[in-house]
Design a protein around this ligand. Sequence first.
Ligand code: PEP
Length: 249
Amino acid sequence: MRGPLVIGNWKMNGSRHSIVQLLDGISGLGRQAGIEVVVCPPFVYLGEVGARLQSTGLRLGAQHVSEYGSGAYTGEIGAAMLADIGCGYVLVGHSERRALFGADDVRVARQFEQAQGAGLTPVLCIGENAEQRAAGQAWEVLRRQLAAIEPIVEGRAPCPRTLVIAYEPVWAIGTGAAADPQEVQLLHGRIRAVLGAAGRDARILYGGSVVTDNVRALMAQPDIDGVLVGGASLSAEQFTAICELATGS
Ligand code: PEP
């Protein structure tokens, strides 16, 4: 049974003050039946946000995890540290990490493995950019990025309790131009098929300019199990409405 999952990625936004206000506005969402809601604040606020989420039912996620376990890796944050402070989820391979911070497929695979090893749920983000889409290479790119979890797909590594993939076409992120729900459905169906047995319970999210106007049509597709929300997750009003619409209410 794949219940809807909504993840808010706050990216590098906010302050202690604005985050408290945002949390005040969304804390009721964790008590909404039939939906799981995760927020991913910037690293420095994880502890404080985690403390404020206690007993709200909202889940805590991080935006990035190191490919290394521990040691002399200045500036990095290890998976065990995230688990230690109460994180349950972590984004892995977000397109901004891939494009700006050198997260190639090999590093993403290691990050996924670290997160899984520490008991976190890694959210593997995949997606083609505008040029790749124009060249008709979208599926080829997704297929290559899915290699990060090849060991799971081939049964050589244990499947996480909850396998989560986020399809985020780069050209749709932060542009206001979300992908067409039927096109997304087509790709999600292919992703699920590639995952084989692991695909049955895997949750495949869509991300890229999700707003209140498009979330219902996206969630109506059988293979879209949730959404990853960037910009709109910074507004308590919009994020609340997106979560409500995602459950069909
Ligand atoms: C994202 O960065 O993961 C994202 C989906 O952003 P936005 O919703 O702003 O397009």
